[in-house]
Each structure stands twice: as C-alpha cells, then as structure tokens.
Design a protein around this ligand. Structure first.
Ligand code: NDP
Length: 314
C-alpha cells in the first residue's frame, strides 16, 4: 500500500487551527487536524465570550469551540484526537514533513499549519484552580467586563500586567497591582501610565498567597515578601498576568523563535523559514492574543498553504 501524503496537516485545535481547517477544507485541501491535549484550546477554559463578532448575546467558550469543530468537519476536515510529540520538517521545496503522535501514529504531509497556541502561566496556588472562572482569570480583555464597577487585583509586573491593570482601571472601581519586586519589568512607558492612573494602587514586594470567598472570590490574601506582613484585599476578581508560554517545545532548533519562544513568521504572512510550514494564532503572536486575531491568522495560514501547494504542484 502506498503511504498517504496529506496536502495539509494542522496542529492544534483553538480558533486559529479550526479556522485554518475551515478554509483549507473548503479549498479542497482535505486537511487533517491534530487536536493536542486540550481540544478547543484556551477558550475551553473561559466562560462567556462576548467579544467575538457575530454573537450578540455572547457564547460560552467551550460551545464556540464545538461549533468551530462542527464547521470544520462539515467541509471534510478529518479531526484526530492525538498529541503531536515529534515533527521532522523537510527543508526542501516540495519536501514531505513527518508528524509523529503520542499514540504512535505517523503522518506525512506537504504542508503544516502550526497553531499550538500559548498557555497562560499561573502561580501554582490551589485556589487558582478552585476559583477558575469564578474570580480568577488570566485575560482582562476577555473577562474584565464581568468586574465592571468592582475591585480587582492583578498579579505581575511586566507589560502584560501593566496593560491589564490599565485596561481594568477603565472598567473597575479599583485595581490593586501586586508586583513581587520593588520595580516593574514592564517598559517605562507602560509603568508611567500605571503609576499615574488614579485608581490603580501598586503594591510593590507583594505576592498572592491565597483566595477566599463562598463560591466566588471575595478576598485576596497577600503578603509583603520583605516584612512578612499579611493583608486581605476585598476584591471580586484576580487577574494573573505573569506571562504566557507559547507551546513551541516541539519546534526548538527547527524553526526560528524570538527570545521568549514565540515562532517568528515573515511579515504580513504566516510563513516560517521552512517551505510549507506555516504558523498561526497565539503561537506566533504575543501582542494581541485574541480569539478573533487567532482566527484571522488561521485563515491567512490556510490561504498561504493553499498558495504554496498550488506552486509546488504546478
Ligand atoms: P514578562 O515575563 O515580561 O513579565 C512577567 C511578570 O510577572 C514579571 O514582572 C515577573 O516578575 C512577574 N512574575 C513572574 N512569575 C511570578 C510569580 N510567580 N509571582 C509573582 N510575579 C511573577 O511577561 P509579560 O507577559 O508581561 O510579557 C511577555 C512579553 O510580551 C514581553 O516581551 C512584553 O514586553 C511583551 N508584551 C508586549 C505588549 C505590548 O507591546 N503591548 C503587551 C504585553 C506583553 P519579575 O520581574 O520579578 O520576574
């Protein structure tokens, strides 16, 4: 039996992966999509998604991902619930790439769309899991609206934390920003914006040690890591903003990455440095990180892959 060589394989099942699948399937590229460990990606861990255009009443994250999956399947995407554990990329034009999975399967393909996403980092506290979706979030743009007029805390001192605190300051009554050192890691401009915002109170040398409340977060328990002094902040929400980790371990040494591990794509395209290998969504975007931008770049990747296939089969 001759070995099947797919036209395109999509790795990852967030908005980028499924959108790439919809476009690729409709272009008759017969995509195969490997879901990874967390089918549906980061959106399956959020509650309501209210900022994805086209849903006037909002939609639950997991529901939206099920819809995207159905839409991709409707046009013939083959979905395989498996985790990729090795990729062997060809460096040749018209080369064949090999993808191996943890179930021992091996797939061959002319093009690959990488949409493995990024994962928000958490502090590792039990209470983060206990109150996930009930007062703990890692995305102010996604969930800030639910805390309108309320008091919240943000943990972190980088650009993400500064940006999230600033965003929340427009919606919330008060924002505590817990920075573990006596200085920010964020850029000076972002720091200055935070410092001059009236309703942000920066607590340097402060760390979060726990949360409490009946069913939802009502208090954040913090301590000063210099004096040991403990304090309870009456807040309804806590935003963990200590960074994201792009899911790119598989591609170490194979594709170009920036210093934080995000895949580098060529400007205004989803092309990586290798022919037939494309990247879309959060795995290559540390700035916007939204479902809609991920979906947009998934579409771009499918179009780029289609164009590539046309060139090599011409
Ligand atoms: P960073 O790694 O830059 O910052 C992480 C922050 O979280 C640091 O202040 C760090 O503290 C703190 N932190 C880490 N672990 C803990 C912990 N366990 N407890 C308490 N605090 C902790 O991540 P960002 O997500 O902020 O930024 C990532 C990259 O994305 C950066 O290059 C940034 O510039 C970029 N970015 C750019 C934006 C823009 O241009 N608009 C917006 C957002 C991000 P410490 O400093 O002590 O290590």
């Amino acid at each position: 039996m001759t070995e099947q060589i797919h036209k395109t394989i999509i790795i990852g099942s967030g908005p980028a992966g499924y959108t790439a699948a919809i476009y690729a399937a409709r272009a008759d590229m017969k995509p195969l999509l490997l879901t990874g460990m967390e089918p549906g990606g980061q959106l399956t861990t959020t509650t309501d998604v209210e900022n994805f255009p086209g849903y006037p009443d909002g939609i639950k994250g997991p529901e939206m991902m099920t819809d995207l999956q159905k839409q991709a399947e409707r046009f013939g995407t083959e979905i395989v619930f498996d985790l990729v554990n090795e990729v062997i990329f060809s460096e040749e034009e018209k080369g064949i790439h090999t993808i191996k999975t943890s179930n021992g399967k091996e797939f061959k393909t002319y093009s690959v769309i990488i949409s493995t996403g990024a994962s928000a980092k958490y502090l590792g506290l039990e209470d983060e899991k206990k109150y996930a979706g009930s007062g703990v979030s890692a995305c102010a743009t996604c969930d800030g609206f639910f805390y309108k007029g309320k008091d919240v805390a943000v943990v972190g001192g980088g650009d993400t934390a500064a940006e999230e605190a600033t965003y929340l300051s427009h919606l919330c009554n008060k924002v505590y920003l817990l920075v573990r050192r006596d200085e920010f890691r964020a850029s000076k401009a972002m720091e200055a914006r935070v410092m001059k915002t009236q309703n942000i109170e920066v607590l340097f040398h402060h760390e979060l040690e726990g949360l409490s409340g009946e069913n939802v977060v009502e208090k954040a328990h913090v301590f000063n890591n210099q004096t040991g002094e403990k304090q309870e902040l009456k807040v309804d929400g806590v935003f963990i903003a200590i960074g994201h980790k792009p899911n790119t371990d598989l591609f170490q040494g194979k594709l170009d990455m920036d210093e934080t591990g995000y895949l580098i794509t060529q400007p205004k395209s989803t092309r990586t440095k290798l022919p037939g290998v494309f990247a879309a969504g959060d795995v290559q975007d540390k700035i916007y990180r939204q479902a809609i931008t991920a979906a947009g770049s998934g579409c771009m990747a499918a179009l780029d892959a289609e164009k590539y296939l046309m060139q090599i089969f011409d």
